[in-house]
Design a protein around this ligand. Sequence first.
Ligand SMILES: *Cc1c(COP(=O)(O)O)cnc(C)c1O
Length: 421
Amino acid sequence: MNLVERDLKIIWHPYTQMKTAQPPVPIVRGEGAILFDEDGKKYIDAVSSWWVNIHGHAHPYIAKKVSEQLTKLEHVIFAGFTHPAAVELGERLLAILPANQQKVFYSDNGSTAVEVAIKMCLQYWNNQGQSRTKMLAFKNAYHGDTFGAMAVSGRSAFTAAFDSLLFEVEFIDLPTQENIEDLKSQVSNLKSLLACFIFEPLVQGSGGMLMYEAQYLNELIAHCRKESVLTIDDEVFTGFGRTGKPFAADHITEQPDIMCFSKGLTGGTMALGLTTCTQQIFDVFLSDDKLKTLFHGHSFTANPVACAAALASLDLFLDPATAENIERIKNSHAKFAERIKNHPKIKAVRQTGTIVAMEWETGDNTSYFSSLRDRLYNYFLKAGIILRPLGNIIYILPPYCITDADLNYIYSKIEQALEEI
Ligand SMILES: *Cc1c(COP(=O)(O)O)cnc(C)c1O
């Protein structure tokens, strides 16, 4: 049996209808923005392997640092113990995050980083004897697949089987110049019930790369602060350069109370989650009363190898060459967007930093399950490009090391698809 046959015999893949899915592509090697399958066929990774890879695949510097860490310390329990990589990573991250972020809580993926943030907020009020359990989130939000993270995500086909079990969340529209005053009054009306407001800053990834303006997010955060509603900035996707600045929070002046990170945190090398918060939140958990403790942790919390990967990724991220690459991709995307925006088959083009997204005209059928999605996916796969449309929305978010030649090839194939599909 070859690899795919062995896979099909036993593996249950994520987000996959196993009855009708086509066989998975067997990838055996990666280098830069390119993945290679068993037969040596090349694929340009235009989606950064589910949005996690920022410096390219099998990066030798990250590999070296991970390997060094593996021969020193592979894991240690993080309750009652600590290790250099976790402390150094926390110190170095806090130094580049908004100044009010003072404490670091480790976990092991994006959903858990969000779970921790939600629990921090709920218990923040509970520890002070206040019952504030309602949460505010944006429509079409995505914050992860575990139950708490799913509850603060928009209700959709993906949550349908669980909807009755998800806790109650107030969903509001993305802020615009027209509705911002209305959104503020919604916050004011609910304020005594609200534990927190959680948001994806500037770009809602899974929701379809929906984008909104920093200015109105800023106003909303300011208003939440005024009404003492805690704010959670979920930067699991937007963190580490995606939006053109190191963090989406760098586009605004208001500082959120809590921030969540994963995905690009380790350069896409290993699973790691991180939740940061203010001193004020941390202090509410300080007590002689053991019940005020944040009782949360995972076996692989602050895993040293994952922290070493994150430190190596941070070294690369802070190298000026990375900022130049981000700028290069941003400018390149902008030119491409300008070129195709008036194409009759393009309903909308939008861009934030290194992310460019196009909505295809579909007539009426815009659902994720539309056959257009599969046709596009297969068209690009055949052309050696990994693009994973969200319904009728195609987006490119490459590793920052992608070459101009590869970017131009992706653009040209999209333009060709516009004529052929
Ligand atoms: C992907 C994502 C998550 C969940 O992260 P996982 O590591 O996949 O659990 C949470 N929030 C946002 C904004 C994401 O894009």
